[in-house]
Write a protein that binds this ligand. Structure first.
Ligand code: SAM
Length: 143
């Protein structure tokens, strides 16, 4: 594990320990789980995903989960307030589905597309209340 700032993806990609343990000539899985919503638009989360996507070979996968206000705007507003009040440098930026889908530009977005996490290839019937799940998740493959 390394400590690094996602807003500076080259610091991650060129980190000596990363290069020591990860073979960038092999297909990789990049997991951006519940993190891109901590980057503001000015911090260019789409550019960060693109940079990480550029660094991996075709056949690699990029998984993204991201908070949204589409499902429950009040809950999203409360979450943003909590992050703003907490003693943390990370903001919370809920984004609409279409905006999150843009992060997959240049990747093949695999079925079932960008959906709430419990609906992403469930093993059985979805029993959770999707009205309480203010998230989208998707998996992209680098062609
Ligand atoms: C909701 S947690 C998700 C953690 C993990 N991906 C998971 O699913 O268990 C968000 C994490 O993003 C980290 N984080 C926020 N902004 C970051 C940044 N600019 N660079 C690196 N990590 C960041 C926070 O410290 C926190 O650990």
């Amino acid at each position: 594990m390394i400590q690094a700032d996602l807003r500076e993806p080259d610091g991650i990609l060129h980190h000596a320990k990363v290069r020591q343990v990860i073979d960038f000539d092999q297909p990789l899985g990049v997991l951006l789980v519940a993190i891109l919503h901590h980057l503001t638009d000015e911090e260019d989360p789409g550019g960060v995903v693109a940079r990480l996507g550029d660094a991996v070979v075709p056949g690699s996968y990029v998984a993204i989960s991201h908070g949204t206000a589409d499902i429950n705007p009040q809950a999203a507003q409360k979450a943003a307030q909590r992050f703003a009040q907490a003693r943390t440098a990370a903001p919370y930026v809920a984004r609409p589905r279409a905006r999150i889908e843009e992060f997959f530009e240049g990747l093949e977005l695999l079925e079932p597309g960008l959906v709430q996490p419990p609906s992403w290839r469930p093993d059985g019937p979805v029993t959770v209340d999707l009205g309480l799940v203010s998230f989208y998740a998707g998996l992209g493959r680098k062609p």
